[in-house]
Design a protein around this ligand. Sequence first.
Ligand code: FES
Length: 177
Amino acid sequence: MSDPGPQVHGTQGGGDVVPSEPTRRNVLSGIAAAGTVVGAGGYAVTRVVGYLNPPSRRREREIFLAFVDAIPPGGTLAATLPDGRHLQVRRSGEEFAAFSDVCPHLGCRVHWNAPSPDENDPAKREGWFRCPCHEGWFTPDGKAFSGPPSEAGQSLSRVDLVRRGSSLYVRYEEDMA
Ligand code: FES
């Protein structure tokens, strides 16, 4: 009786195709191939995303604003940042806060009104920011309490302020050269 020889899988020429049992080697090489495809795809996606959204080249630093004694208690100091933004730095006792002076309603500039202890409106006794365009009024903490900004629940935008000894600094983010 003759030896039938090795079984041939997937013969050409019309022979029967006998499905092969997956061997450990076939499975491992299939996983490796799939991993290569997924890895290459992930790399390509990363490159495209990096091209469309390059890493930020911005840095934060502190800019000297003023000595604390330059701001009278209950008063404010106007300051301008290197990028042209205007700030109002307010002092209440030994507390300091800085706000953008851009009204959140339609962008007019707000001004500080000094405290008036005789004022009937309690909200004004501490002083208030006023926008002259549509009579938008804000508390010393920048919260709107009258006019269109109040109706829309808008507040003045606060800017990070740092006190070091007798000096005030503002945190400022800028593009790196
Ligand atoms: S722009 Fe300030 S209240 Fe309208």
